[in-house]
Design a protein around this ligand. Structure first.
Ligand SMILES: [Fe+2]
Ligand SMILES: [Fe+2]
Length: 243
């Protein structure tokens, strides 16, 4: 775990000459070391879960015309409540955190966003084609989640909580495949909403929809990151959920 104020120095040390054994950081490694990075990377459309999290932070910044040092400084400036170090906390605590923070809130948030999308589309017939695409993409994300999360809750997480993650390789691979599909849908959502930038004349309901979709995307990236990069790798080798 990197402590506040040390992030830039620590990241830059990975590039120092004479330290060739240290791999350059990827965005997903950065978020694992410092959860504050998730918000900043999301803001700059830098992927940190699924496949996109595997290029180096420097490459990801270069491709977007960003200065890696500015991005690290922005992360340092983030204020977030203290969180457990999920690479060390008991697996059972991490599973409960994922359920309480990332699964249960969707029970209300997904229908709310679908209702908002239908309202906005109905209120703006002049943008019906565009808003119809947004609505369809959101519906696909909802369908994906509604078939994905019950499998985690009813099959995979109970195995992990029982300390049997090492026999759950196949369910984890299925979940990782579904995460990649979800990641593609989230990229499509960002594209079809113009990066969640509402038109200047958008009504408050339209703005609320875009804000909600932006927040949903950020939340799902953190959710998938916790599962793909921390929970599943740890569960594969853990002798029990208490470790
Ligand atoms: Fe999940
Ligand atoms: Fe998942």
């Amino acid at each position: 775990m990197v402590f506040p104020g040390q992030l830039r120095d620590w990241h830059m040390s990975c590039f120092m000459e004479g330290n060739p054994g240290v791999p350059m950081l990827t965005p997903s490694q950065l978020v694992r070391q410092d959860p504050r990075a998730a918000r900043v990377l999301h803001r700059h459309n830098i992927e940190f879960c699924c496949e996109g999290g595997n290029e180096t932070l420097e490459t990801a910044c270069d491709r977007r015309g960003l200065d890696v040092e500015d991005v690290l400084a922005e992360i340092e400036g983030q204020r977030m409540p203290e969180q457990p170090d999920w690479s060390e906390a008991p697996l059972g605590d991490l599973v409960q955190h994922i359920l309480a923070t990332h699964h249960r809130p969707l029970d209300e948030e997904l229908p709310r966003l679908q209702h908002l999308a239908a309202t906005v589309r109905g209120a703006h017939p002049d943008h019906a084609v565009w808003l119809g695409k947004v609505q369809l993409t959101l519906d696909s994300i909802v369908q994906e989640l509604l078939q994905h999360m019950p499998k985690e809750e009813n099959v995979l997480f109970p195995l992990i909580l029982a300390g049997r993650g090492h026999v759950a390789t196949m369910p984890m691979e299925v979940m990782e495949t579904e995460h990649r599909r979800l990641g593609e849908l989230l990229s499509a959502l960002r594209e079809v909403t113009d990066g969640f930038q509402a038109p200047a004349d958008a009504c408050p309901t339209w703005q609320a929809l875009w804000t909600g979709l932006d927040a949903l995307t950020e939340d799902l990236h953190v959710h998938v990151h916790l599962e793909d990069h921390i929970l599943f790798p740890r569960a594969r080798v853990a002798p029990s959920a208490r470790v």
